[in-house]
Design a protein. Structure first.
Length: 255
Protein backbone atom coordinates (compact mmCIF):
# COMPACT_ATOMS: atom_id res chain seq x y z
CA UNK A 1 0.00 0.00 0.00
CA UNK A 2 2.76 2.44 0.89
CA UNK A 3 4.75 1.65 -2.26
CA UNK A 4 1.67 2.40 -4.38
CA UNK A 5 0.87 5.60 -2.52
CA UNK A 6 -2.45 4.43 -1.15
CA UNK A 7 -3.72 3.87 2.39
CA UNK A 8 -5.19 0.39 1.87
CA UNK A 9 -5.27 -2.35 -0.75
CA UNK A 10 -8.64 -3.24 -2.27
CA UNK A 11 -9.65 -6.53 -3.88
CA UNK A 12 -9.05 -6.51 -7.64
CA UNK A 13 -6.99 -3.33 -7.51
CA UNK A 14 -3.91 -3.34 -9.79
CA UNK A 15 -0.73 -2.56 -7.86
CA UNK A 16 3.01 -2.53 -8.39
CA UNK A 17 4.79 -5.15 -6.26
CA UNK A 18 8.38 -4.29 -5.28
CA UNK A 19 10.70 -7.27 -5.73
CA UNK A 20 13.39 -5.99 -3.37
CA UNK A 21 13.18 -4.27 0.03
CA UNK A 22 12.47 -0.57 -0.34
CA UNK A 23 14.09 1.74 2.23
CA UNK A 24 14.72 -1.02 4.80
CA UNK A 25 16.06 1.47 7.38
CA UNK A 26 13.12 3.86 7.25
CA UNK A 27 15.10 7.01 6.47
CA UNK A 28 13.53 9.87 4.53
CA UNK A 29 14.73 13.36 3.74
CA UNK A 30 13.04 14.92 6.77
CA UNK A 31 12.55 12.07 9.22
CA UNK A 32 13.68 8.70 10.53
CA UNK A 33 11.17 5.96 11.29
CA UNK A 34 11.05 4.87 14.92
CA UNK A 35 9.15 1.92 16.38
CA UNK A 36 7.57 2.27 19.84
CA UNK A 37 7.45 -0.75 22.12
CA UNK A 38 4.61 -0.66 24.64
CA UNK A 39 4.87 -2.39 28.03
CA UNK A 40 1.94 -3.78 30.02
CA UNK A 41 1.89 -5.88 33.20
CA UNK A 42 -1.42 -7.03 34.70
CA UNK A 43 -5.03 -6.93 33.50
CA UNK A 44 -8.43 -6.88 35.16
CA UNK A 45 -11.96 -7.61 34.00
CA UNK A 46 -13.08 -4.08 34.82
CA UNK A 47 -14.55 -2.02 32.01
CA UNK A 48 -12.62 1.15 32.89
CA UNK A 49 -10.05 2.47 35.30
CA UNK A 50 -6.88 1.15 36.83
CA UNK A 51 -8.45 -0.98 39.54
CA UNK A 52 -5.78 -2.63 41.65
CA UNK A 53 -3.14 0.02 41.04
CA UNK A 54 -1.50 1.75 38.12
CA UNK A 55 0.19 -1.47 36.96
CA UNK A 56 -3.23 -3.05 36.29
CA UNK A 57 -4.89 -2.37 32.92
CA UNK A 58 -8.66 -2.85 32.71
CA UNK A 59 -10.01 -4.97 29.87
CA UNK A 60 -12.12 -2.04 28.74
CA UNK A 61 -9.16 0.30 28.49
CA UNK A 62 -6.99 -2.31 26.79
CA UNK A 63 -9.72 -2.94 24.21
CA UNK A 64 -10.07 0.81 23.62
CA UNK A 65 -6.31 1.10 23.06
CA UNK A 66 -6.23 -1.80 20.59
CA UNK A 67 -9.22 -0.30 18.80
CA UNK A 68 -7.49 3.11 18.68
CA UNK A 69 -4.36 1.56 17.15
CA UNK A 70 -6.46 -0.18 14.51
CA UNK A 71 -8.54 2.93 13.67
CA UNK A 72 -5.42 5.05 13.31
CA UNK A 73 -3.69 2.64 10.91
CA UNK A 74 -1.04 1.38 13.31
CA UNK A 75 0.52 -2.00 12.52
CA UNK A 76 1.14 -4.16 15.58
CA UNK A 77 4.18 -6.28 14.73
CA UNK A 78 6.05 -8.98 16.59
CA UNK A 79 9.12 -7.92 18.53
CA UNK A 80 11.12 -10.46 16.54
CA UNK A 81 10.33 -8.51 13.34
CA UNK A 82 12.46 -5.65 14.64
CA UNK A 83 15.66 -7.66 14.21
CA UNK A 84 15.79 -7.50 10.40
CA UNK A 85 14.87 -3.80 10.57
CA UNK A 86 17.74 -3.10 12.98
CA UNK A 87 20.08 -5.04 10.68
CA UNK A 88 19.01 -2.90 7.72
CA UNK A 89 17.60 -5.90 5.86
CA UNK A 90 13.83 -5.47 5.88
CA UNK A 91 11.51 -2.46 6.07
CA UNK A 92 8.62 -2.21 8.48
CA UNK A 93 5.25 -0.65 7.74
CA UNK A 94 4.83 2.96 8.75
CA UNK A 95 3.24 3.28 12.20
CA UNK A 96 4.63 -0.06 13.35
CA UNK A 97 4.31 -0.67 17.08
CA UNK A 98 5.13 -3.60 19.39
CA UNK A 99 3.08 -4.81 22.38
CA UNK A 100 4.90 -6.49 25.26
CA UNK A 101 3.65 -7.80 28.62
CA UNK A 102 5.93 -8.40 31.61
CA UNK A 103 6.12 -10.86 34.52
CA UNK A 104 3.60 -13.60 33.65
CA UNK A 105 0.40 -12.93 35.59
CA UNK A 106 -2.51 -15.28 34.87
CA UNK A 107 -4.65 -12.25 33.98
CA UNK A 108 -2.80 -12.23 30.64
CA UNK A 109 -4.50 -15.52 29.79
CA UNK A 110 -7.87 -14.57 31.28
CA UNK A 111 -8.27 -10.98 30.09
CA UNK A 112 -5.62 -10.04 27.50
CA UNK A 113 -5.60 -13.13 25.25
CA UNK A 114 -9.29 -12.85 24.27
CA UNK A 115 -8.70 -9.24 23.19
CA UNK A 116 -5.52 -10.10 21.28
CA UNK A 117 -7.57 -12.73 19.46
CA UNK A 118 -10.45 -10.33 18.82
CA UNK A 119 -8.19 -7.73 17.24
CA UNK A 120 -5.78 -10.24 15.69
CA UNK A 121 -2.66 -8.61 17.10
CA UNK A 122 0.50 -10.29 18.41
CA UNK A 123 2.26 -9.63 21.71
CA UNK A 124 5.46 -10.71 23.42
CA UNK A 125 5.13 -12.03 26.97
CA UNK A 126 8.23 -11.82 29.16
CA UNK A 127 8.07 -14.23 32.12
CA UNK A 128 10.48 -14.78 34.99
CA UNK A 129 10.47 -18.50 35.43
CA UNK A 130 10.57 -18.72 39.26
CA UNK A 131 7.12 -17.07 39.19
CA UNK A 132 5.45 -19.69 36.98
CA UNK A 133 2.78 -21.63 38.86
CA UNK A 134 2.60 -19.23 41.82
CA UNK A 135 -0.75 -17.99 43.09
CA UNK A 136 -1.29 -15.07 40.69
CA UNK A 137 0.98 -16.40 37.96
CA UNK A 138 0.40 -18.30 34.75
CA UNK A 139 0.57 -22.08 34.90
CA UNK A 140 2.55 -24.14 32.42
CA UNK A 141 -0.74 -25.25 30.81
CA UNK A 142 -1.75 -21.61 30.31
CA UNK A 143 1.67 -20.74 28.92
CA UNK A 144 1.36 -23.62 26.46
CA UNK A 145 -2.05 -22.33 25.35
CA UNK A 146 -0.69 -18.81 24.92
CA UNK A 147 2.23 -20.18 22.94
CA UNK A 148 -0.06 -22.28 20.75
CA UNK A 149 -2.33 -19.31 20.01
CA UNK A 150 0.07 -18.05 17.35
CA UNK A 151 -0.29 -14.56 18.79
CA UNK A 152 1.88 -14.64 21.92
CA UNK A 153 5.66 -15.09 21.85
CA UNK A 154 6.91 -16.18 25.28
CA UNK A 155 10.34 -14.86 26.13
CA UNK A 156 12.64 -14.43 29.15
CA UNK A 157 12.39 -11.90 31.99
CA UNK A 158 15.18 -13.53 34.03
CA UNK A 159 14.91 -16.38 36.53
CA UNK A 160 14.12 -14.53 39.77
CA UNK A 161 13.32 -10.93 38.70
CA UNK A 162 16.23 -9.55 40.73
CA UNK A 163 17.76 -6.29 39.60
CA UNK A 164 20.65 -7.53 37.51
CA UNK A 165 22.93 -4.58 38.22
CA UNK A 166 22.71 -4.95 42.02
CA UNK A 167 25.57 -6.81 43.65
CA UNK A 168 25.71 -8.53 47.02
CA UNK A 169 28.11 -6.93 49.49
CA UNK A 170 31.55 -8.46 49.02
CA UNK A 171 30.51 -10.37 45.90
CA UNK A 172 33.47 -11.08 43.62
CA UNK A 173 33.40 -10.32 39.90
CA UNK A 174 33.43 -14.05 39.15
CA UNK A 175 30.54 -14.80 41.52
CA UNK A 176 28.51 -11.88 40.16
CA UNK A 177 29.02 -13.01 36.58
CA UNK A 178 28.02 -16.56 37.48
CA UNK A 179 24.79 -15.21 38.99
CA UNK A 180 24.02 -13.19 35.87
CA UNK A 181 24.70 -16.21 33.67
CA UNK A 182 22.17 -18.22 35.69
CA UNK A 183 19.56 -15.44 35.39
CA UNK A 184 19.99 -15.42 31.62
CA UNK A 185 20.56 -19.10 30.85
CA UNK A 186 18.04 -20.79 33.17
CA UNK A 187 14.86 -19.16 31.80
CA UNK A 188 15.98 -19.64 28.20
CA UNK A 189 16.68 -23.32 28.67
CA UNK A 190 13.53 -23.98 30.72
CA UNK A 191 11.14 -22.14 28.39
CA UNK A 192 12.63 -23.75 25.31
CA UNK A 193 12.41 -27.21 26.86
CA UNK A 194 8.82 -26.84 28.12
CA UNK A 195 7.34 -24.85 25.22
CA UNK A 196 9.47 -25.93 22.27
CA UNK A 197 9.95 -22.41 20.90
CA UNK A 198 13.21 -20.45 20.66
CA UNK A 199 13.90 -17.84 23.33
CA UNK A 200 16.04 -15.03 21.91
CA UNK A 201 14.51 -11.96 23.57
CA UNK A 202 14.97 -10.66 27.11
CA UNK A 203 13.36 -7.99 29.28
CA UNK A 204 15.58 -6.54 32.01
CA UNK A 205 13.93 -6.62 35.44
CA UNK A 206 13.40 -2.95 36.40
CA UNK A 207 14.89 -2.08 33.01
CA UNK A 208 18.49 -2.05 34.27
CA UNK A 209 21.60 -3.49 32.60
CA UNK A 210 25.36 -3.01 32.61
CA UNK A 211 28.25 -4.21 30.45
CA UNK A 212 28.46 -7.59 32.20
CA UNK A 213 24.74 -8.21 31.69
CA UNK A 214 24.99 -7.28 28.00
CA UNK A 215 28.00 -9.54 27.47
CA UNK A 216 26.21 -12.47 29.10
CA UNK A 217 23.05 -11.94 27.04
CA UNK A 218 25.08 -12.00 23.83
CA UNK A 219 26.82 -15.19 24.94
CA UNK A 220 23.45 -16.76 25.77
CA UNK A 221 22.26 -16.15 22.18
CA UNK A 222 19.82 -13.34 22.94
CA UNK A 223 19.25 -11.09 19.94
CA UNK A 224 16.96 -8.39 21.37
CA UNK A 225 16.50 -6.99 24.87
CA UNK A 226 14.26 -4.26 26.22
CA UNK A 227 14.57 -1.60 28.90
CA UNK A 228 11.88 0.65 30.36
CA UNK A 229 13.43 3.84 28.99
CA UNK A 230 10.61 5.45 26.96
CA UNK A 231 10.90 6.39 23.30
CA UNK A 232 10.94 4.91 19.84
CA UNK A 233 13.56 2.70 18.21
CA UNK A 234 15.21 3.73 14.94
CA UNK A 235 17.24 1.35 12.78
CA UNK A 236 20.40 2.38 14.62
CA UNK A 237 19.04 1.43 18.08
CA UNK A 238 21.17 -0.92 20.19
CA UNK A 239 19.41 -4.30 19.85
CA UNK A 240 20.12 -5.28 23.45
CA UNK A 241 19.05 -1.90 24.90
CA UNK A 242 15.78 -1.16 23.11
CA UNK A 243 13.58 1.63 24.42
CA UNK A 244 10.16 0.70 25.80
CA UNK A 245 7.29 2.80 27.10
CA UNK A 246 5.28 1.80 30.16
CA UNK A 247 1.49 1.88 29.73
CA UNK A 248 -0.28 2.34 33.06
CA UNK A 249 -3.84 1.57 34.05
CA UNK A 250 -4.66 5.24 34.57
CA UNK A 251 -3.48 6.30 31.10
CA UNK A 252 -6.23 7.70 28.91
CA UNK A 253 -6.22 7.46 25.10
CA UNK A 254 -4.64 10.88 24.75
CA UNK A 255 -1.68 9.72 26.86
Amino acid sequence: AEFNGISRLAAGQPVVVPLKPVNPVGVQADLVQTVPILCYHRFSGASVGGLGGKMVMSSGNFAAQLDWLARNDYHVIRLSQLLAFLEGKRPLPKRSVVITIDDGYESVHRHALPLLRKYGVPATLFVYTDFIGAGAALSWAQLQELNASGLVDIQAHSKTHRNLIDRVSGESDAAYRQTIELEARAPRELLERRLGSPVRQFAFPYGDANETVLEVLAQQQYQLAVTVNPGGNAFFAQPLMLRRTMIYGDHDLEA
